[in-house]
Design a protein around this ligand. Structure first.
Ligand SMILES: [Zn+2]
Length: 280
């Protein structure tokens, strides 16, 4: 058995993988430090009462070149001692780390049965904005092992980003931004209902416009065969998927990639990152 862990900024998701499928899944409030994370995984394994042989984690941030340590997690504190070493000591198991967007895309590719070959771009909007590029089923070997669409600078914007930069796309296209919109315009409402009730509101229209710009910029740069849009935000009730896909295509260069680009939405299953971590 392998334990798959999706370390989110809002939720910590854990599952057990038997080599063919997930046999267990659960979701807990986010673990905000390396120590809390180790304790939560240890507790999960002992509660499940299984003989775990390894653990694999999807990390919402940048890993070092060895993929043993976390260089930057804008929404959590996982720096300091190499995280994989600390977890191996606490759990007594081999531990692998990967980027969360990469793991999510692995999960999506497996479930959708699409994107195993050719150039596939995955963008996921959850707490933050993540992304990754796969060529023939494998991540492109970039310096950090991933691409970071959420931290591409947006011209003219100067808001400070938790990563240390300013004007990063994630400040305008993320679950965090939706919380700000809720607090500013719809205080007291459940953020989950924003698109269902208020999709026409200028703040949400601007959110979708920014989302389309980031996706179209990435697609125009790369010319992927397939664009998979995932994460919790596009899975929200009432999220205007067709309108977003049309807006992305309208902003892509013509005739290519606009006419050839295929856009599919992830099923948004809450365990996709856990599955992808186990597959990684
Ligand atoms: Zn940033």
């Amino acid at each position: 058995m392998r334990i798959g862990i999706d370390v989110g900024g809002t939720w910590l998701r854990l599952g057990a993988w038997d080599g063919r499928s997930l046999t267990h899944f659960e979701k807990l409030p986010a673990a905000r430090s390396a120590r809390d994370l180790a304790a939560a995984i240890k507790d999960y394994i002992s509660r499940l009462g299984i003989a775990a042989e390894s653990a694999a984690l999807a990390i919402p941030g940048t890993l070092d070149a060895t993929r043993r340590a976390v260089l930057n997690t804008p929404n959590l504190d996982l720096g300091g001692e190499p995280l994989a070493d600390a977890l191996e000591r606490t759990l007594g198991l081999p531990v692998a780390l990967g980027n969360d967007a990469e793991c999510l895309l692995r999960g999506d590719i497996r479930v959708l049965g699409r994107g195993e070959t050719g150039l596939t771009l995955g963008l996921s909007v959850g707490t933050g904005l993540g992304g990754t590029i796969f060529l023939d089923g494998k991540p492109l070997p970039t310096k950090s092992g991933v691409c970071e669409p959420g931290h591409m600078p947006v011209p003219g914007r100067r808001d400070p980003c938790p990563c240390g930069g300013v004007g990063c796309a994630e400040n305008y296209v993320s679950g965090r931004r939706l919380l700000e919109i809720r607090d500013e315009y719809f205080p007291g409402e459940d953020v989950a209902g924003l698109f269902e009730k208020h999709a026409e509101h200028p703040a949400l229209a601007a959110f979708l416009e920014d989302f389309a710009c980031v996706a179209a910029a990435a697609a125009t740069l790369l010319g992927p065969d397939l664009l998979i849009l995932g994460g919790g935000v596009p899975a929200m009730p009432g999220f205007p998927r067709e309108a977003l896909a049309a807006a992305i295509k309208a902003k892509c260069m013509r005739p290519l990639p606009a006419e050839s680009l295929e856009i599919v939405f992830s099923g948004g299953e809450p365990w996709l990152g856990v599955l992808g971590a186990a597959l990684m």
